[in-house]
Structures are given as C-alpha cells and as structure tokens.
Design a protein around this ligand. Structure first.
Ligand SMILES: [Mn+2]
Length: 275
C-alpha cells in the first residue's frame, strides 16, 4: 500500500501546514503510513513557527497521483483549493473548519468538520480522543496555527474551544502564549512584504510585558490611546518621529470593554499622522 499524503490548501497558511504536520503525526501514531506535505512554500509567519519549534518545512508537491493514490485533507475541502489532481486520488479523511463546497468522493471516508476557529483545535481534540501524547514541537505548531487563524483570539470565528486548546498546547510547547503570539503575528504582517519588523509595533506589547497575565491579546482596551497620548505624540512633537500610521483595534475604550470575553469585531480605522 502506498503512503498517504496529508496536506492543507494551496497558498498554505500556518494552519494548513501546522495541521498537516500534526494530523500526519497523529495518523502515524495510529498505525498509518503518512507524510505531511504542502501545496506551497511556508509564509514568513509559518517559517518563523517552524524555525522556533525546529521543524523542517514539509516537502512541496503539486500533484499526488504520480506517487500515491491515497490522501488526507486538512484545513480545506473545496477541490479548487486542493492539489491539482485531487479528483484522481482517494480521499481517506478530511478535517476542516470551513464550509463544505465543491466536494465529492467515490468512496466512504472519514469526514470531520467543526465550526471552530482553527483546524488544529479539532486535531487537538482528536489527539485527546485517541489518547495520543502530543510532542512539544508538534504542540508548538498547533498553537501557532490557532494564534494565526484566530489572530490571538480576536477573530469573530474564535470559539472557547480554540482558546482552551491553545492554552493547553502552549503548556505542552512551553511557551508564553501572549508573548509568543505577538511575535508570531508580527511575522503575519510581513506577508507580501507589507510590513517589516522594525516599523511595526503593537501598542499592547508596549504596555504589558509578555510575563504579565493581562487577559488580553495585547491591543486590548485603551492600549492604543495610552501609547499614542503618553508616548507617540511626544515623540512626534520632539521630532523623533515624523510619520506614523495608528491603527486602533480591539475593544478600544468602548463601554463594552468590560464585557470583553467574546471577540468584538469592528472596523479598524487607520489614522495617518505626520509632523
Ligand atoms: Mn484554518
């Protein structure tokens, strides 16, 4: 029997790659011969996570049928997001948190879809259900995927299950969730060379240290206002800064801030300030 290729969607994000790595590992522990592969090279953010947890990037493939007739999909199901010859191979399993569309198989399969914020949250539950221990490196990739998909729990798709899984995985990976999460998301901003490290900063990271349990992602209520009023404004007046783009996010100073426990989706206004 040929080996089973496990992969996420094209233009892979951290969940597509992290979920492929963790699901391939879980299946191997359950006796299947699997290999995690990817349908593209890792983004800056994913590479940061791979380097941090000392995991090699999965081999990039563009077709499957030439080497196997068995695949497992994670973090996607739609054929147009999948490998080019997906219609020619047997799909043994799908683990996903997206809508189901443009998907059909000739044979029965294992299909697991849950409306949570990240595929790696579902895979975390599967490790537990199967009583398989999660190695620290794998846990590191899984928590990175949850941080990335939920933008450190701020996305409207984030659920309590994602938050609980992330905390448990952070403990296994021995990382500080808030501190590592902010570092990872800085690399998220590097997608397409949009922002480089030394010109982007998070106001919450200026107010809190990574060791404080501040109960929020970092750009929580008031951080942008505090950092602008107490620091950035003075730097501008002193001529140390000439041009900034302030993008207040999260709950800001809304009265709803005290009720923050759910994500508060909103439009973030970018304010261009030049002196
Ligand atoms: Mn995902």
């Amino acid at each position: 029997m040929s080996k089973i290729l496990v992969f996420g969607h094209q233009n892979p994000d951290t969940d597509a790659i992290g979920a492929a790595i963790s699901f391939a590992y879980l299946q191997k522990e359950l006796g299947k011969e699997t290999e995690a592969v990817a349908l593209g090279t890792p983004s800056e953010e994913t590479q940061y996570a791979l380097d941090y947890f000392n995991i090699e990037a999965p081999r990039v493939v563009t077709e499957a049928a030439s080497e196997t007739n068995q695949v497992m999909l994670v973090d996607h199901n739609e054929f147009q997001q999948s490998i080019s010859d997906i219609a020619e191979v047997n799909i043994l399993a799908v683990v996903d948190h997206h809508r189901i569309a443009n998907f059909e198989t000739a044979d029965p399969l294992y299909y697991r879809a849950e409306p949570v914020g990240c595929t790696s949250t579902i895979i975390y539950k599967m490790f537990k259900e199967n009583n398989v221990t999660i190695p620290a490196q794998i846990a590191g990739m899984m928590v990175s995927a949850i941080i990335s998909d939920t933008l450190l729990f701020k996305s409207p798709t984030c659920t309590q299950e994602d938050i609980d899984a992330a905390h448990a995985l952070a403990d296994i990976a021995e990382i500080n969730l808030e501190g590592y999460g902010l570092d990872l998301l800085k690399h998220f901003a590097e997608v397409d060379g949009l922002v480089t490290d030394n010109i982007f900063d998070d106001c919450g990271a200026r107010v809190y240290t990574s060791k404080q349990n501040c109960g929020q992602g970092g750009s929580g209520a008031g951080c942008s206002a505090i950092v602008y009023s107490a620091y950035l404004h003075k730097e501008l007046l002193a001529g140390k800064l000439h041009k900034i783009l302030l993008v207040p996010t999260g709950a800001l100073l809304s009265r709803l801030s005290t009720m923050q426990g759910e994500s508060i989706p909103s439009i973030a206004h970018a304010i261009d300030i030049e002196i």
